[in-house]
Design a protein around this ligand. Structure first.
Ligand SMILES: [Zn+2]
Length: 236
């Protein structure tokens, strides 16, 4: 089983681990800070180092209890100690972008009562779809002002684990479809933007909304009668 270090420490960019399995050019580790992708957040990139080798992590995949790191060269054998180093520039941009999306859906829910229907992100750019009937340039402008006000408010972003039963008591979480979590999952990871948004979420986030920086709404479009899309871009 791979311990997922990013779940409790999003700022961990270097870690030590041991190879527990290999398969072709892939290694599974007993612990990793590499985010394997999912929930709209792309996988991390970076480097694995060991006593007599160094490899780029070119792809990641979570399979059952293991995170597989695909390398650009033949991997070290089982039992070897490795250091993992994240491509931090890439990851930190994704953390800022992911938190920006939570600010956006927090504001849209609070002020317009609309749920999210989908979303995706790249470093410093993202899109999100909402159950909204109307969309216009004026609306996009209004939303842009509101989300930047939340950045300026410097709200703490807290991450913690709750027992399933406790998580189900939080009315705000129901909109993020916490009730769709498989029966077997006993604990729920919560990402809370203090005073704005609360979601069951497995991704990586900054610790305070001010780290997101300026958010621009760069596009708005209709994807159906009650499905409208907003595109955002973050300042470098
Ligand atoms: Zn998220």
């Amino acid at each position: 089983m791979t311990e997922l270090l990013y779940l409790t420490d999003c700022y961990l960019r270097k870690f030590e681990a041991t190879v527990v399995a290999t398969e072709g050019n892939r290694v599974a580790l007993d612990r990793t800070a590499f985010y394997p992708g999912g929930g709209g957040q792309p996988a991390d990139r970076g480097t694995l180092l060991w006593e007599d080798g160094e490899a780029q992590v070119v792809r990641l995949r979570r399979q059952g209890d293991l995170v597989w790191h695909e390398l650009d060269i033949e991997p070290p054998p089982v039992g070897v100690s490795v250091s993992g180093v994240l491509d931090w520039e890439h990851r930190y941009k994704l953390m800022r972008t992911h938190t920006a999306l939570h600010i956006l859906c927090g504001v849209i829910w609070r002020d317009y009562g609309a749920l999210v229907t989908g979303g995706n992100m790249k470093p410093l750019a993202a899109r999100m779809d909402f159950e909204l009937e109307h969309m216009s340039a004026d609306f996009a402008q209004e939303v842009e002002e509101k989300i930047n006000a939340e950045v300026a408010a410097a709200r703490p972003v807290k991450i913690y684990i709750l027992p399933r039963e406790e998580a189900f008591q939080i009315p705000d979480l129901i909109r993020t479809k916490v009730n769709l979590l498989p029966e077997g999952i006993r604990q729920v990871r919560i990402v809370e933007i203090e005073g704005l948004d609360m979601q069951a979420d497995g991704g990586a986030h900054v610790a305070n909304t001010r780290e997101v920086g300026t958010i621009h709404i760069v596009g708005h479009e209709s994807k159906g009668r009650i499905n409208k899309r907003l595109r955002i871009a973050l300042g470098a």
